[in-house]
Every structure is written in C-alpha cells, then in structure tokens.
Design a protein around this ligand. Structure first.
Ligand SMILES: *Cc1c(COP(=O)(O)O)cnc(C)c1O
Length: 388
C-alpha cells in the first residue's frame, strides 16, 4: 500500500473538485471584440440568456460590459434583473416580451420588452398609458414561425397614425432560422422580408443577425448584431473552421485507473467488449454533469448520428469514452498512454482548448449550445480574468 500524506486544513476547492469548469473571461472579451469588428458599421450586442450560455451571467456580463458591450439580450425578465447590477447603463432587451404581472420588474430594472404579438402590443400600450413612457422593441417573424408579428402586420403598425405618439419601439428585430447554412436561399428571403419592415420603421434601429448571420455579409448586419454562441467560443457556421477562442474548459477528475482483460465488458449493459488488454480511467463526471449519455462509447445503441462516442483529452492525447456514460462516472480507454504519464487524481478535459466543444457536441448528436447550457450544478468554477 502507498502511504498518503493527509491534511485536515482546507485546500482550494478547485484543485480537488470532482468536476470543474474554467471560464476564460479574456477570451470572452476578445471574442466580443472580434464579433464587434466583424459587425462592421453595426454595433454588436451580447446575448447572455440562460446564465450566459451556462457560464455565469454575473462574471460574463461584467467582462462583456468592460469590453464595451452596451446592448444585452436575455430570454426572461429575471435574467435581466440579475444582469442590471453588472451593466448599470446598458440597454437590456428581454426576448420573451412581457405579460401581465411583470410590469414592476421591467420598470424597476429598466428592461426593454421585445414585443412579439398583437396581444403583447395591446398590453404594452395600456401599461405605458398608465405608468408612463418606457422603451420597447418589436419582433417580426420573417419565416421562423417562432416569435414575432407577421411582416404585413408590423408594416401596418408602423404606418398606423392612430397609435400613441409616445409609443415607438427603439428596435425592430427578426431572427434567421438558417443562418448557420450560408448556402441556403432561405436567408436571402428572410433578409428581403426584414428589409421591407426596417424601411417601414425608418429612423428606428434594426437587428437581424445572431452569431451566424454576422458571417453572411454586410447586408445582414443592419444597426445592431446579436452574437451569442460565438462569444462563448462555439461554432456559428456549420462546416467552417471556427475563428473564435475557446472560453470554457470542463474537466473531470480521474478517481481510479484499472486494468481490464481482453474480452471483458465495460459499464451498464456490457455493451462494450474490450478487444485487447486495457487500462481504463474512471472519471468523476456523468450525465448529471451534462456529459450526455448519448456521448457513450461504441457498441451502445443510443445514438444514430455518429458511430463513435466522445473523446476526452489527458496527458497530451485524445482518449475515447468506452461503454455507457453513467450518472456520475464515465470510463475512458487510456491503454495508449504510458502508465508513468497518467494516474488517479489527474484531470481529463471533457471539452475546452484541447477538445473542441462542437466536436464533443457532434458526438452526442447535438450542438455546443446544449452542452454549455446543460452543465449542471456540481462544477467548481474558476473565472480567469484578463491581464489588464
Ligand atoms: C439566442 C438568440 C440569439 C443569439 O444566437 P447565437 O446563435 O447564440 O448567436 C440572437 N437572437 C435571438 C432572437 C436569439 O433567440
């Protein structure tokens, strides 16, 4: 038996955490500046919904604000109220709009509802009539069939002389459904539809493009762009090299390394049979940590999209997941790493600078957005601040 030194004084939680997440705020700020640059004459906002794509709205919001962002988009009012403390004079848009009972949070925190239906418009008019002028935005649906007024209704509204003079949106926006596929002519159709709306709302700022749309060309950028995933290092355009810097690194601790014989099986269901004598690393992350069960290794009939499961990165190498991922644990095949180069206690990178987020997502049949927003509550987080 090996002797261990033991110590009851507290150690840094991050150094011993079963699962941990490092968020590089310098890379986040650089990515926002890069998207601002690529937005050309348009101003770049920052989309920080779903707790800044799972990475933490307080720290990410602060870093984006310090990088220069003054327009933010959240999904729901509560996210906007949280962000307000970190972005004091920014414009904060709430994409789901407003409904009765939410008036106070919008007025108190100066949030801008993105109105998406006749019903919301009518409600908002009665709110402003009673409580005073307050900025709003208008969403137009140009083909997504999600939120927004049909273009004809929006244009009729723009031309409606009977609406109160005080009631004027500060932004009209729409959202592309195929922006990640530059070759799709659906983008151009949405662009043309949105252009007519933007012209009807002359003098009011217009916004069409999220991360992917920014790459489609200058005519898609209008006055304000809305990058989200690209800020967090994710891939915006399918099948193109990703120019963004990685922001998040998720790691799990190896808690045991074991030898297993050729012919033995691994994990629940015994679906993976070893084709050689192997060394297996048992890592302390599972599907409860957002390491999706559909990332399980070969031989597991959970997934139709790709044959293999995910890879982790440890000791300078990619190593495959073998067998089914379980709630708290995942098994990696580390046979190809020299025993002197890996031991229990080491961390294996699930995704990050060495193991691209989107490669891991693809292995699960999903997208980087879902991996980031599903990370779960157990990660010990460390935020790395820029040098300046
Ligand atoms: C989420 C969202 C965005 C950001 O999209 P990304 O693809 O993450 O850049 C922009 N606009 C709207 C309306 C959204 O819902």
């Amino acid at each position: 038996m090996t002797e261990f030194e033991t110590d009851l004084s507290a150690s840094d939680d991050f150094d011993v955490a079963p699962v941990r997440l490092t968020v590089d705020l310098g890379a986040l700020a650089d990515n926002w500046r890069e998207m601002a640059r690529r937005s050309g004459r348009a101003r770049a906002a920052a989309v920080v919904k779903a707790d800044a794509y799972g990475l933490g709205i307080e720290d990410c919001g602060t870093a984006l604000y310090e990088a220069g962002a003054r327009d933010f988009f959240v999904a729901v009012a509560q996210e906007g109220a949280t962000l307000r403390a970190y972005a004091p004079d920014a414009r904060i848009y709430v994409l789901s709009g407003i409904w009765p009972g939410q008036e106070a949070i919008f007025y108190e925190h100066g949030l801008v509802p993105v109105l998406a239906s006749e019903e919301q418009l009518a409600f908002w008019m009665s709110v402003t009539a009673e409580h005073g002028d307050h900025p709003c935005a208008l969403q137009v649906d140009t083909g997504f069939n999600r939120l927004g007024l049909p273009p004809e209704e929006a244009i009729a509204f723009a031309d409606d002389v009977s609406r109160p003079a005080s009631f004027s949106p500060v932004l009209v926006l729409s959202h592309l459904h195929n922006g990640d596929t530059p070759s799709s002519d659906l983008n151009r159709r949405q662009l043309e539809s949105f252009r007519r709306v933007a012209e009807a709302f002359e003098g009011i700022e217009a916004s069409l493009s999220a991360s992917a749309g920014i790459f489609l060309g200058p005519e898609y950028r209008f006055d304000l762009t809305r990058p989200g995933i690209a800020l967090y290092g994710g891939e915006a355009v399918a099948g193109e090299p990703n120019p963004m810097k990685p922001v998040a690194r998720a790691e799990a601790r190896i808690i045991q390394i074991r030898d297993a014989k050729k012919g033995e099986t691994v994990s629940y269901g015994g679906t993976h049979q070893l084709s050689r004598d192997s060394r297996l690393a048992i890592a302390a992350a599972g599907y409860a940590d957002g390491y999706l069960r559909s990332l399980s290794g070969s031989g597991v009939p959970l997934r139709q999209v790709v044959e293999h499961g995910a890879f982790g990165f440890v000791a300078g190498r990619k190593v495959p997941v073998v067998g089914r991922i379980t709630m708290d644990l995942t098994i990696f095949d580390v046979t190809d790493i020299a025993p002197s180069e890996i031991r229990a206690g080491d961390y294996i990178e699930l995704f990050g600078p060495n193991m691209p987020l989107d490669d891991v997502a693809r292995a699960a049949g999903t997208i980087g957005y879902e991996l980031l927003t599903g990370l779960g509550l157990r990660y010990e987080r460390r935020y790395v601040y820029p040098d300046s």
